[in-house]
Design a binder for this molecule. Structure first.
Ligand SMILES: *Cc1c(COP(=O)(O)O)cnc(C)c1O
Length: 429
C-alpha cells in the first residue's frame, strides 16, 4: 500500500484535501449519531481525520476508520449450532410478543402503580398473576434475577447459620466455574452432604435431618448424567421427613413435556410435595433471564420480604417479557424443540439448493446445558465446506454453526423458519 504523500511534496496534490469534511461525515453517520450520540460520533470523526492528516491512514479509509471506532454493542447472532438453549448465545431468544412487551415497558410503565386508583401497587403483579395461573399448584410465586438468585434467597432466608441437606450426586457445577454448593455456602448455610456420587437412600437423608436443618434441597443434574448403579430419593419420600423440601428443577418446565419425559417440571414437583420449586426463566420456559420461585404461600412471602430480595429483584423489562412469554404463543425455544425433523429437512433442502457445495443432511441436535442432558433431538442441517465456519461468524449477519466431521453444519432446529432468508443471505455473502 502506498501511503498518502506528505505536506510539501506537491501542494497541488495535497492528499489532505481528499480527507472527507466533518459535516459530510456527520451526515453519513447520522444513524449512528442517533444511537451513540453526536458527541461520540464527532470524536470518532475528528480522531480519524487526524490520523489521515498525519498520514497514518489514507483519506479514503477515514469513513471505515470512524465506523470501526464506534461502539458496537451486542451483535445479533443466528444460532445454527443445534443447541437449543445455548448459554453463550444468550439462551432463550424472546418471542415476538415478549419483544413487543419489552418495548412497551421500556419507557415509564405501571410496573408498580395502579392506574385505576392512582396508588402504589405490588411490583410486577400482572407478571406474577400470569405465573400463578400457569402453575395452579403453587400457593405463592415470586420472581428474582435468575435461578442462582432464587437458590441464594432460599439459603439466606431458611438456612443461614443452619444446614441444607443435599445428596452428593447433586452437587452441581452450573457453568463458568460457578458451583451450587459454593453459592449456598456463601449465604452462610452449612451443607450436610448425604449419600455417594451414584447412590443415595431415604435413610441417608433421615439420619442427616435434625434440629439445625433448614431444608432438604434436591437439585436436578441438568447438565450431566450418571448412569448404571444409581439411586435417588423422590420428593414424596423426602416430604415424609418433616422438614421443608426445596427442589431446583433447573430448566423451567412448568408442566410435563412429552418430548422430555425425564426432565422435571414445576407442577409435578409441587404435587409430589415440594414446598418450594426454583427454576430458570430463560431455559426451556423460553423467556427472559429470571429465577422463578413457586410453592407454599407463607414461605414465598418470607422470601419476598427478606432484605436480600430487594438486591435480587428483577427489572421491569424482565417482568414484561416473562408475562408475555407466559401468556403468549409458543416461544422460539419450544418451537425449536417441537419442530418435526421432516420440516427441518425440507428447509435444509430448499436452502442447500441455493448454495454451491452445500447439501442437506440429517443430524442430531441437543437441548443444551439448560436441561435434558441425555436427549438427542433428530435434526437436519445445511452442510457446508468447513471454511464457512469462520466467515459466517465474522459476517455482517453473524451465524454460528457447528463443525462435525470436517464440515460446517448449520443446524436448522435452532434457526427460526422466519430467519431462513437471512441465513441464506449470510451464506451467500
Ligand atoms: C441452570 C441451572 C441453575 C442456574 O440457573 P440460572 O438461571 O442460570 O442462574 C441452577 N440449577 C440448575 C439445576 C440449573 O440447571
Amino acid at each position: 500500500m502506498t501511503g498518502p504523500r506528505r505536506l510539501g511534496d506537491d501542494p497541488a496534490a495535497d492528499p489532505r484535501r481528499l480527507i472527507p469534511r466533518t459535516d459530510a461525515l456527520l451526515a453519513a453517520f447520522s444513524d449512528a449519531a442517533r444511537v451513540h450520540g453526536t458527541a461520540t460520533v464527532k470524536a470518532a470523526i475528528v480522531a480519524a481525520q487526524q490520523r489521515a492528516r498525519a498520514g497514518e491512514i489514507a483519506p479514503s479509509d477515514v469513513a471505515s476508520e470512524v465506523a470501526a471506532a464506534l461502539p458496537t454493542g451486542p451483535r445479533r447472532v443466528i444460532n445454527a449450532t443445534g443447541v437449543v438453549v445455548h448459554t453463550n448465545l444468550g439462551r432463550a431468544p424472546l418471542s415476538p410478543a415478549a419483544r413487543a412487551a419489552v418495548d412497551a415497558a421500556s419507557g415509564t410503565t405501571d410496573v408498580e402503580f395502579d392506574l385505576a386508583t392512582g396508588a402504589r401497587a405490588r411490583r410486577g403483579r400482572s407478571a406474577l398473576a400470569a405465573l400463578a395461573s400457569a402453575v395452579p399448584d403453587a400457593g405463592g410465586v415470586h420472581v428474582v434475577n435468575n435461578n442462582a438468585a432464587a437458590l441464594l434467597l432460599c439459603a439466606l432466608a431458611f438456612a443461614a447459620g443452619r444446614e441444607i441437606v443435599i445428596s452428593r450426586g447433586e452437587l452441581v457445577e452450573i457453568g463458568d466455574g460457578f458451583r451450587i454448593p459454593e453459592l449456598l455456602r456463601s449465604a452462610g448455610a452449612r451443607l450436610h452432604e448425604v449419600g455417594t456420587t451414584n447412590r443415595v437412600h431415604l435413610h441417608d437423608y433421615a439420619d442427616a435431618v435434625g434440629p439445625s436443618t433448614g431444608f432438604i434441597l434436591k437439585v436436578h443434574p441438568s447438565n450431566f448424567q450418571v448412569t448404571g448403579f444409581t439411586s435417588t430419593v423422590d420428593i414424596v419420600a423426602l416430604k415424609s421427613l418433616g422438614v421443608p423440601v426445596v427442589v431446583d428443577i433447573g430448566s423451567g418446565l412448568l408442566a410435563p413435556h412429552p418430548l422430555l419425559p425425564d426432565e422435571p417440571d414445576a407442577a409435578t414437583a409441587l404435587r409430589a410435595g415440594a414446598d418450594l420449586v426454583t427454576a430458570s426463566g430463560d431455559k426451556l420456559l423460553g423467556g427472559p433471564q429470571a429465577g422463578l420461585l413457586l410453592g407454599d404461600a407463607d414461605l414465598v412471602e418470607r422470601l419476598r420480604r427478606h432484605p436480600a430480595a430487594r438486591a435480587l429483584r428483577v427489572d421491569k423489562l424482565t417482568l414484561a417479557a416473562l408475562e408475555a412469554t407466559l401468556r403468549g404463543p409458543l416461544p422460539p425455544v419450544r418451537q425449536a424443540l417441537e419442530a418435526s425433523v421432516d420440516s427441518l429437512f425440507d428447509r435444509a433442502c430448499v436452502l442447500a439448493a441455493e448454495v454451491p457445495g452445500a447439501e442437506a443432511v440429517y443430524c442430531v441436535a441437543a437441548v443444551g446445558g439448560g436441561g435434558a442432558p441425555g436427549v438427542e433431538l433428530p435434526s437436519a442441517a445445511v452442510s457446508l465446506p468447513v471454511e464457512y465456519a469462520e466467515s459466517l461468524r465474522l459476517g455482517e449477519i453473524a451465524v454460528v454453526g457447528r463443525i462435525e466431521r470436517g464440515r460446517c453444519l448449520l443446524d436448522l432446529r435452532t434457526v427460526l423458519p422466519s430467519d431462513d432468508e437471512l441465513l441464506l443471505r449470510a451464506v451467500l455473502g
